[in-house]
Design a protein. Structure first.
Ligand SMILES: [Zn+2]
Length: 366
């Protein structure tokens, strides 16, 4: 072989090698890109509150999309086991018009909405897996929220409370983080006025919980979830309207058949998350009617809501509604919800909003 021929072959070899490397580089780049897209899609699906894939489906795609999948006991969605917290976190979030739009209600597994004095409502959002970097505005406690908190053995995050709430939190030895005494877990957002501007994050709550020794495994009862999708056998429920008071406290849910869930409106406007601008939604709505009265002699007209005992309500999901009853035998006991055949209800996987209303509240279900 002449040296000219040898050089020609060598050049050809270099070019071929370069082309091969480029192709291989592209395909591995493509694999990484696809993985990232899959990850983003999984996250997007979770944000969109679409039904999560079952662990079977996760495995059929070749690469597992959810690492070590498990079912979240509070929302019934499939999530990675490592994402699940040891203890549920319960945050008091206010609903004054100056507090809207709130941050973080979109990532809660369960949200309770109950009336407080003056015809307004307040939320307690329960989280078991989220890394939300802004939750709030955080507001004060009322004793009847503790009745629900105790069911989860949750870490309670709040900013002060009514006299009865202070007393009960101490007496019941509730493990919580109170913004009044805490300089690490909360911050004030100067773009909003006090008291509608105290915020926190999951990261900060977890750090403080570890410091306080709250970060431990707990046992708690939870809802039963169905496999796939179950339409409750009852009346049509595509629009749900609840009035805490006539002005600015009308709650509306509209069923979205495409998403399979209910979009939430507050005061006739889409109720959105402040950060994501995404409209809040619920797969399940439970309306729990409870005896409610103004505490005699209370200067602010604070309420006493009886959440221990029995009562009535509605379970609404997938465009339908059934009448239910509820029962809670003690303050630390679990609230059971039963259908008309006295069978415990089974929820569809997804976010559940529990609306606690007085018996005389205006409730429209159409
Ligand atoms: Zn969950």
């Amino acid at each position: 072989m002449t040296s000219r021929k040898f050089n020609l072959l060598l050049s050809l070899f270099v070019v071929l090698f370069f082309l091969f490397s480029l192709t291989a580089g592209c395909s591995s780049q493509k694999v990484i890109q696809e993985k990232e897209e899959n990850q983003l899609q999984t996250e997007a699906d979770a944000r969109e509150n679409l039904p999560a894939q079952s662990s079977e489906e996760v495995k059929t795609g070749g690469e597992p999309k959810t690492v070590d999948p498990t079912r979240c006991p509070l929302c019934g969605r499939t999530v990675s086991r490592h994402e699940i917290f040891k203890r549920p976190i319960a945050v008091m979030i206010e609903n004054h018009p100056k507090a809207r739009p709130q941050s973080g209600l979109d990532e809660a597994d369960i949200v309770y909405e109950m009336p407080v004095e003056g015809g307004i409502s307040r939320f307690m959002a329960i989280y078991l897996h989220s890394d939300k970097s802004r939750i709030g505005p955080v507001r004060s406690s009322r004793p009847y929220y503790l009745d629900k908190l105790l069911e989860y053995e949750g870490i309670y995050v709040y900013f002060g409370g009514s006299p009865q709430a202070w007393e009960d939190i101490a007496r019941l030895k509730i493990e919580g983080i109170n913004g009044i005494y805490d300089g690490l877990t909360f911050w004030r957002d100067e773009s909003r006025k006090k008291p509608h501007n105290a915020y926190t994050s999951i990261k900060k709550i977890k750090r403080t919980s570890e410091m306080k020794g709250y970060d431990r495994d707990v046992n708690f009862k939870h809802f039963k979830f169905c496999e796939g999708e179950e339409v409750p056998e009852g009346e049509k429920a595509e629009t749900v309207i609840l009035k805490f008071s006539p002005f600015k406290y009308t709650v509306k849910y509209e069923y979205n058949r495409h998403k399979g869930g209910y979009l939430r409106y507050m005061d006739n406007k889409p109720h959105i998350d402040r950060e994501t601008h995404k409209q809040l939604s619920a797969e399940n709505i439970i309306i729990q009617k409870a005896k409610t009265m103004v505490i005699p002699g209370d200067d602010a007209g604070r309420l006493n809501i009886q959440l221990v005992g029995k009562g009535e309500g509605y379970y609404i999901s997938k465009g339908n509604c059934i009448k239910i009853t509820w029962e809670k035998k003690s303050r630390k006991g679990y609230t059971y919800f039963y259908d008309t055949k006295n069978k415990e209800i089974t929820l569809n996987p997804g976010t559940t909003w529990i609306q606690i209303v007085p018996y005389n509240a205006e409730v429209q279900i159409q």
